[in-house]
Design a protein around this ligand. Structure first.
Ligand SMILES: Cc1ncc(COP(=O)(O)O)c(C=O)c1O
Length: 394
C-alpha cells in the first residue's frame, strides 16, 4: 500500500510528456465495471465472445507440427514475406500473384502500414458506420481522422452513394469497405461495389477492403475485391485470425491490385515500410500452405455453430418485442430492442440482473437506443441459456 501511495504522489509531480494520441482516458466505464463484477458470478454467460479458440472448436485438422520444420530455424529476411507463404495466399484468389501480396502479423498492423503509406497527419479515411470499433483507435494511433459514412438498412444493408460521396473531403486519402462487415454481416453487393468504384475513381482514392470474414457467408457469399482487373487501386486484407480462427498465430495479408502505375508505386513503398518491421515469424509462414489447405475443416464448424445459434435466436425471439436484422455473414447478430432505455444502461442491467453480457449497439456506431449486438460464436447451450435469461428483461 505504501508503494502505491508513493507512486501516486510521484505521478502528480511528474512532468514527463506523453503524446496526446495516447491520452485514452483510463477512467472506468459503467459497462466495464458491471462486466468485471458479473464475471465473478459462476453463472455468468458471455454473449460477446469473439475469441474462437475459447469456443470448443476442434482444431485437430490444423497440424501444429507444420511449425516445427528444420527450415523454421533459418531466417531469410524478406520484406513481403516468404515466397512459399505468399504463393499459398495467392492460391486462395483467382488471377492474383504472390508479387501482389504483403504479409503482416495482423490486419490491424496492415491498416497501420496503409495509413502510413497514404496519409499525412490529419488526413482522413472513410469508414462505414456501423462497424468494428477497432478503427477509431488504429486511426488515432496513426494521426489519421476517421470520417464515417452511414450504411443504410432496407431489408438488408447497403451503401448510400450520396452519403459516401458527401463524406469525401480534400484531405480524404482512402475509402475502407468491410466485406462482410462486423457486426452487421453485410457483404458489399454488386451495386455497392459499383458505388465504391465510382466514388473512388471520381476522387482518385484507393479502396481498402477488409475481407477477414469473407469465407463466413451464411445466406450467400460475395466474391473478393482482389481481382486482376480492379478499376481502382485496391488493398484487400485477409488473415488467419478469422480464416482459420487462429488469431494467436499472427499472420495476415494485404493484396494490392488495380491499375499498374499506382499499384507498383504502392508496393515499392510498402516494401520499405514492411522491411522496417519484418514482423511475421518464420514458423507460421512455413506452416501456412498446410494450414490453408485444411481451412474448411475449421470453417465448417464455425459456420455450423453460427447457423445453429442463429436458428436458436430466431426461435427465442418469435413473438417477442425483439427482432434481428438480416445476417448475410460473419459471427454476430444485431438485435432491435424497444428503444426505451439507453443501450449501455440496458446492457449494464442485463449484466446486473441476468449475469449476461451483450454489447450495446452504440459501441459499433448504432444509435444510442434500440440496438444490441450478440456473438453467434459461443457454445450453443450457453447461447440458449443466455437468451432465456435476457429476453424477459427487454
Ligand atoms: C472487420 C475486422 N477487421 C480486422 C480485425 C482484426 O483482425 P486481426 O486479428 O487480423 O488484426 C477484426 C477483429 O475482430 C475485425 O472485426
Amino acid at each position: 500500500m505504501r508503494l502505491i501511495v508513493a507512486a501516486s504522489s510521484f505521478d502528480s509531480m511528474s512532468t514527463m510528456h506523453f503524446a496526446a494520441r495516447t491520452d485514452f482516458g483510463h477512467e472506468s466505464s459503467p459497462f466495464g465495471d458491471a462486466l468485471q463484477h458479473a464475471k465473478q458470478d459462476p453463472a455468468f454467460i458471455d454473449l460477446t465472445v469473439s475469441n474462437p479458440t475459447r469456443c470448443g472448436f476442434d482444431y485437430s485438422a490444423i497440424p501444429l507440427n507444420a511449425l516445427a520444420t528444420e527450415a523454421s530455424l533459418h531466417y531469410d529476411a524478406n520484406s513481403f514475406g516468404m515466397q512459399s507463404a505468399r504463393d499459398a495466399v495467392a492460391g486462395l484468389y483467382s488471377g492474383i500473384s504472390a508479387e501482389q501480396i504483403l504479409l503482416t502479423a495482423s490486419t490491424s498492423e496492415a491498416y497501420g502500414y496503409l495509413f502510413k503509406l497514404l496519409c499525412e497527419p490529419g488526413d482522413s479515411v472513410l469508414v462505414p458506420s456501423p462497424s468494428y470499433p477497432l478503427f477509431d483507435l488504429l486511426a488515432r494511433l496513426h494521426d489519421v481522422d476517421l470520417i464515417k459514412y452511414p450504411l443504410v438498412y432496407h431489408d438488408g444493408w447497403q451503401i448510400d452513394p450520396t452519403s459516401l460521396g458527401a463524406a469525401v473531403t480534400t484531405r480524404t486519402r482512402g475509402i475502407i469497405a468491410i466485406h462482410p462487415n462486423n457486426p452487421t454481416g453485410h457483404y458489399c453487393s454488386e451495386t455497392d461495389r459499383a458505388v465504391l468504384y465510382d466514388v473512388a475513381r471520381r476522387h482518385d482514392l484507393p479502396l481498402i477492403v477488409d475481407e477477414v470474414f469473407l469465407d463466413y457467408g451464411i445466406e450467400n457469399m460475395e466474391r473478393s475485391f482482389a481481382i486482376p482487373d480492379a478499376p481502382v487501386t485496391t488493398f484487400v486484407m485477409g488473415g488467419l485470425s478469422k480464416l482459420i480462427a487462429l488469431p494467436q498465430m499472427k499472420l495476415a495479408w494485404t493484396i494490392v491490385c488495380g491499375p499498374e502505375g499506382d499499384t507498383s508505386k504502392a508496393l515499392q513503398r510498402l516494401e520499405v515500410i514492411a522491411d522496417t518491421f519484418l514482423s511475421v515469424a518464420t514458423p507460421v509462414q512455413m506452416a501456412l500452405p498446410t494450414w490453408l489447405s485444411a481451412r474448411q475443416q475449421v470453417q465448417q464448424q464455425i459456420l455450423q455453430r453460427v447457423r445453429t445459434n442463429l436458428a436458436t435466436l430466431d426461435g427465442a425471439i418469435q413473438g417477442a418485442v425483439v427482432s434481428r436484422l438480416k445476417v448475410e455473414g460473419g459471427w454476430c447478430a444485431v438485435l432491435r430492442v424497444p428503444a426505451v432505455t439507453d443501450d449501455v444502461a440496458l446492457a449494464v442491467r442485463l449484466l446486473e440482473e441476468a449475469s449476461v453480457a451483450v454489447h450495446p449497439g452504440s459501441f459499433y456506431g448504432f444509435p444510442e437506443k434500440g440496438w444490441l449486438v450478440v456473438s453467434l460464436l459461443g457454445n450453443p447451450e450457453q447461447f440458449v441459456a443466455g437468451l432465456q435469461r435476457m429476453l424477459p428483461l427487454l
